[in-house]
Design a protein around this ligand. Structure first.
Ligand code: HGY
Ligand code: MN
Ligand code: MN
Length: 431
């Protein structure tokens, strides 16, 4: 294979060997955090499951002779070569949404280790180090803010705000991190860590069906849709479900019900998607009219104006419904990610490298957020997608065909080979 820079590398990846190694590696990871009944995954940061995931990551790295370190924010780094500036970084995350699928995140981490194996089998001699990163709390499932590990590292989240984030049991990130051995007081912008990264490439299962529609096993990301999370709080009056006349009620569930239905119709008008997937009812008793309802809106669209339009119109609708029922409504933004356009020269380089390797990879946008998107504010980043036959994600039904996963490893290995054997100026500038 001849890379765009003209260096030839016989990345004679052996699909059968990769498949065997994939099966073995996947089998060691799969049981961790898996619900025996639903088959879904509950992998949340700074929990016993997370500790097992971190131990798995360290074991995979150690058996490959990689040096593992944990950065000030709790992200794990596995180094092939001496940590210096301008390294080629890859990896993804191991945490999940509640009841999530097996591939979202872990496919990128497993593929990174196997791509490293393929490079070594092909005798690739890197001119710079490779590092595999496991970012923590990418899903924001425990503390409510997605891509927390990469946001902290790049300074996109105030560390004091982050440390005060709490989970459903009221445990703060600071306390959970300290209990897990990560010094919460050290969390924050990590210029030293960022300086070590010349370029970051993340492989991820596609969360959609573009690759199915284009009959391709691997794709390259062009952009991430702007998206965010808003908390809608409906405050009424708790009371007895059996003795309170309808006219005397200030039931927050009613304006919330109006708001859920409006979220769908308003999303349609703005050509967006909106979801209320998480609700907290206080006191959540069958025979008690709720005092308060907290609900989280996740809304996304191809452009930022559409997302803002959804939030603006839905907030107005929620307030009007609240007034009609004597319920106070408060809307607060909890996270926001502007549109991410991936580094064009690097993206085109990946497409060219894959083409040279005989892999025709379409370029496609995604509505899903990723650490690569957050990091793109600080270093050139790119993403590879692996075909998802059903497009389903954030569900136990999420899966990818093994043959496509092997293609993903081969594609990642080809891309890493090019980036690891190219002159520095072509990598850090992504030229
Ligand atoms: O929510 C997302 O888009 C990502 O899976 N964290
Ligand atoms: Mn996800
Ligand atoms: Mn993910």
């Amino acid at each position: 294979m001849t890379s765009p820079n003209g260096s030839t590398t016989n990345l004679s990846a052996d699909p059968a060997a990769i498949r065997r190694s994939f099966d073995h590696t996947w089998a060691t990871l799969s049981p961790i955090g898996r619900d025996r009944v639903s088959g879904g995954y509950n992998r949340f940061p700074f929990t016993a499951v997370d500790l097992s995931l971190r131990e798995w990551f360290t074991a995979e790295a150690t058996k490959r002779g990689l040096d593992v370190e944990v950065d000030r924010n709790g992200n794990q780094w596995a180094w092939w070569g001496t940590p210096t500036s301008g390294a080629v970084a890859t990896g993804s995350h191991l945490d999940s949404v509640p009841g999530g699928g097996a591939f979202d995140g872990p496919l990128g981490v497993v593929s990174s280790f196997l791509a490293l194996d393929a490079l070594r089998a092909a005798g690739v001699t890197p001119v710079r180090p490779l590092v595999i990163i496991n970012f923590f709390e990418e899903e924001g499932s425990r503390f409510g803010l997605a891509c927390l590990g990469s946001r902290l590292m790049t300074g996109q989240t105030n560390p004091d705000t982050a440390r005060a984030l709490t989970d459903n049991d009221g445990i703060s990130l600071a306390d959970a991190a300290d209990a897990a051995g990560i010094r919460a007081q050290d969390m924050g912008h990590d210029a030293d860590a960022l300086a070590k990264i010349g370029v970051f490439v993340e492989l991820h299962v596609e969360q959609g069906k573009n690759l199915v529609d284009q009959n391709a096993s691997v794709g390259v990301a062009s952009a991430i849709w702007p998206h965010g999370r808003w908390r809608f709080t409906f405050t009424g009056e708790g009371n007895h479900a059996g003795t309170t006349a309808l006219v005397d009620r200030r039931d927050p569930m009613l304006p919330f019900a109006t708001t859920i239905l409006a979220a769908r119709s308003i999303a349609e008008t703005h050509d967006a998607v909106s979801t209320f997937g998480r609700v907290r009812v206080d006191p959540n008793g069958t025979n008690a009219i709720p005092a308060r309802v907290d609900a989280w809106l996740d809304t996304r669209a191809a452009d930022e104006a559409s997302v803002s339009g959804v939030v603006r119109d839905l907030s107005a609708e929620a307030s009007a419904a609240g007034t009609a029922h004597g319920v106070e409504v408060e809307v607060s933004q909890e996270s926001w990610t502007p549109v991410i356009d991936f580094h064009r020269p690097l993206r085109d380089r990946l497409v060219a490298t894959l083409d040279t390797a005989g892999i025709s990879a379409p370029v496609l946008p995604t509505g899903a957020g990723h650490d690569a998107g957050i990091l793109s504010n600080a270093v050139p980043t790119a993403m590879l997608f692996v075909r998802n036959p059903t497009g389903v994600s954030h569900s136990p039904r999420e899966y990818a065909e093994e043959v496509d996963c092997v293609d993903g490893v081969i594609a990642l290995a080809a891309v890493l080979t090019d980036l690891l054997t190219s002159p520095a100026e072509t990598v850090t500038a992504g030229q």
